[in-house]
Design a binder for this molecule. Structure first.
Ligand code: 9D3
Length: 236
């Protein structure tokens, strides 16, 4: 799969893709990531990408023209296996289902929003999707784009050693999704805090029962919004 990232901070992406699963996928040729400097599509002396909002108001907006020229020159042809997503605070919420949809594409272009936002004609006439990674305020779309690349890349066939590990995980789409159960590694006692005896028992059905119950209880505590009615029963 090929990612294209359009940004006014191309140097930002030097770090995030040099580690872990994304770096391995790049080396293996499963993944290709190209970074494009939006200012390459400006032609004035100051390489201007922003301007003041009509009607007044705080801050600056990203101009439409450099973004249109960037997308149209990177992809003279658009198609169903290519999507352009704008990363914006006002976008639809990115989640694991959106990530799976993106992982099925041949190419994904990510446009990193900056300033107070973009000229609305970009949202309406240029991009296929407008995406936010959550209800908190970032200073721009670059960190969000790196989050999307990481999340999508690890879903690509061959990127993780064991492809099952993306099917079994939380947010994997199972109806009774719960978070991972609490997990422990050696030592069995640390500063007086003991690992639950069930996990040390060697009794596999006891371990399975404990893990299921503990996962549901942890989900009820940290993410009650994820619990189904039948799982809520188990915590009472
Ligand atoms: C007046 C309200 N604005 C500032 C507080 C709204 C606003 C504009 C631009 C808030 C954030 C931004 C910059 N953020 C992004 O471009 C962004 C973002 C985010 O802030 N949160 C979650 N996902 C994303 S994706 C892009």
């Amino acid at each position: 799969m090929k990612f294209r990232i359009v940004t006014i901070f191309p140097e930002f992406f030097r770090g995030p893709f040099e580690h872990g699963v994304v770096a391995k996928a790049l080396e293996a040729g499963i993944l290709d990531i190209r970074i494009h400097n939006l200012r390459d599509w400006t032609f004035d002396r100051h390489r201007t990408v922003d301007d003041r909002p009509f009607g007044g108001g705080e801050g600056m907006l990203m101009k439409a023209e450099p973004l249109f020229l960037a997308v149209e020159s990177i992809w003279p042809e658009r198609g169903p296996d290519r999507k352009v997503a704008l990363l914006s605070a006002a976008g639809r919420k990115f989640d694991q289902a959106v990530a799976r949809e993106y992982a099925s594409l041949r190419e994904l272009m990510l446009i990193c929003g900056r300033y107070e936002g973009v000229d609305e004609r970009v949202s309406e006439r240029l991009v296929d999707d407008e995406i936010s990674i959550g209800d908190f305020v970032l200073s721009g779309g670059e960190l969000a784009a790196a989050v999307v690349v990481d999340t999508v890349a690890r879903l690509l066939p061959g990127v993780l050693g064991n492809q099952d590990s993306t099917v079994n995980e939380s947010f994997g789409g199972a109806k009774d999704a719960v978070l991972d159960c609490p997990q422990y590694t050696r030592p069995a006692e640390f500063r007086g805090w003991k690992v639950p005896a069930e996990l040390l028992s060697g009794n596999h059905s006891e371990i399975r029962r404990w893990r299921k119950q503990a996962a549901i209880e942890k989900t009820a505590r940290l993410r009650p919004d994820l619990l189904t009615d039948s799982n809520k029963e188990v915590t009472r």
